[in-house]
Design a protein around this ligand. Structure first.
Ligand code: FAD
Length: 382
């Protein structure tokens, strides 16, 4: 393969936003992603506040397609038994979205390719050497048929929470808590009028319980998702994946259970999936010839609905920093500026997260809520 100037490892929202930005700026860029194609990931709520970013990336049109459902707001039993409603329609930007993640990521990849990026699905980056070809990096990729080498002058790590490349380059991945999400998907096929999507309405419903919290949201294609959030050391994650296990957890969440009642026999998978979902960051988020973007740089508690929007934000600014380094020859200070931006984004988020968690005071002896009484800081990590 000929050497692109930038290789992006990971084609999620962060990698796609970066590829789009670089390609539009005339920088040669290739994206490699280990999946065979766009994947159905957990994480579907895109708040209306991402509209300015999507407008800047000229991607708003992509979300007006019929593939996604409007998100009208949040209804949360949080800090009190009665649900409080946040109606997006009274806000500055109107409705948000409940995304079809697979179609969203496919559309992002297509937009990046149309801008001139090269996109390689089914290519798993397994090794990186520096200096490789022409003093840059040499990546080893496991392709569908064989191992291939790819030379690049600059690498963006967009591998998501594992931050595989950055950790391989010597950075530390620091986890500030043990939060995990247990996700269940349901299909409304066969439900009567008023029971399926009609009963679900366009809101995300959040319910705090003694051991953590639940959220439920409608998805496109007549489906819905329910996710239980708690710390991975506070419940039996193995048995919770079985139908009996997640139903028992649901019994402790009356509102969520009532919302899901018509759907309960329609779980798409017999077992639930579990994913790491806590606050985490990579230190440092940039080094000579590389930087991390998206979850690979900073990962957020889903309570904030920050994940996708922030991944695209750091993708955009990371791409700008990479382009500046490439055009300046030596490090122009762009990497330090980028690292400062990531740190300040994460610090603001930790403030917001603390404000949200401290509103829930109903279970003073619960380990889950006790752990969230103090604000997390960059030093509270493992
Ligand atoms: C339970 C849960 C609920 C969530 N809910 C929301 C929500 O409602 N709203 C929201 O905004 N966010 C939510 N999120 C977070 C959101 O999904 C992530 O923040 C977002 O996906 C981050 O995008 P990314 O591009 O950084 O990483 P990812 O989307 O994780 O993409 C990383 C990509 O890298 C590829 N990759 C990894 N390693 C390699 C390798 N070695 N070689 C090649 N490719 C590789 C993977 O195949 C993958 O496609 C949630 C997360 C969880 C866990």
């Amino acid at each position: 393969m000929t050497a692109p100037r930038v290789a992006i490892i990971g084609g999620g929202p962060a990698g796609a936003a970066a590829a789009l930005t670089l390609a539009r700026g005339g920088v040669e860029v290739v994206v490699v992603d280990a999946s065979r194609g766009p994947a159905e990931k957990i994480g579907e709520s895109l708040p209306p506040s991402v509209r300015p970013l999507l407008a800047r990336l000229e991607l708003l049109e992509l979300l007006d397609a019929a593939a996604h459902r409007p998100s009208f707001g949040n209804r949360a039993s949080w800090g009190q038994a009665e649900a409080a409603e946040e109606d997006f329609m009274f806000g500055l930007y109107g409705a948000g979205w409940h995304l079809d993640r697979r179609r969203f990521e496919a559309a992002l990849a297509k937009a990046a390719e149309q801008a001139g990026a090269r996109w390689l699905w089914d290519h798993h980056a397994v090794d990186a050497r520096h200096p490789g070809g022409a003093g840059g990096w040499r990546l080893e990729l496991e392709g569908p048929e064989s191992l291939v080498e790819l030379d690049a002058r600059f690498i963006l790590d967009a591998t998501g929470r594992p931050a595989r490349f950055a950790v391989g380059a010597g950075a530390r991945r620091i986890h500030l808590d043990r939060l995990v999400g247990l996700a269940l998907r349901f299909d409304s096929a066969g439900l009567g009028d008023g029971e399926g999507m009609d009963g679900m309405d366009g809101f995300t419903v959040v319910e705090a319980i003694e051991s953590g919290w639940w959220y439920t949201a409608p998805l496109s294609g007549g489906r819905a998702i329910a996710v239980y959030m708690s710390d991975g050391d506070l419940f039996d994650t193995r048995s919770a994946r079985t139908a009996g296990g997640w139903r028992a957890l649901l019994d402790a969440a009356p509102e969520t259970r009532a919302r899901l009642r018509p759907w309960l026999e329609r779980a798409l998978e017999p077992s639930a999936t579990i994913a790491r979902a806590g606050s985490a960051y990579t230190s440092p988020p940039a080094g000579p010839g590389w930087l991390a973007i998206g979850d690979a740089a900073v990962a957020f508690d889903p309570l904030s609905s920050h994940g996708i929007g922030s991944a695209m934000t750091t993708g955009y600014y990371g791409a700008c920093a990479a382009a500046e380094v490439l055009s300046g020859g030596a490090d122009t200070g762009a990497l330090a500026t980028y690292a400062d931006l990531v740190a300040s984004l994460f610090d603001d988020y930790l403030d917001l997260l603390h404000q949200h968690y401290r509103r829930e005071q109903r279970w003073p002896t619960s380990p889950f809520w006790a752990r969230r009484r103090e604000r997390l800081s960059l030093d509270s990590g493992r």
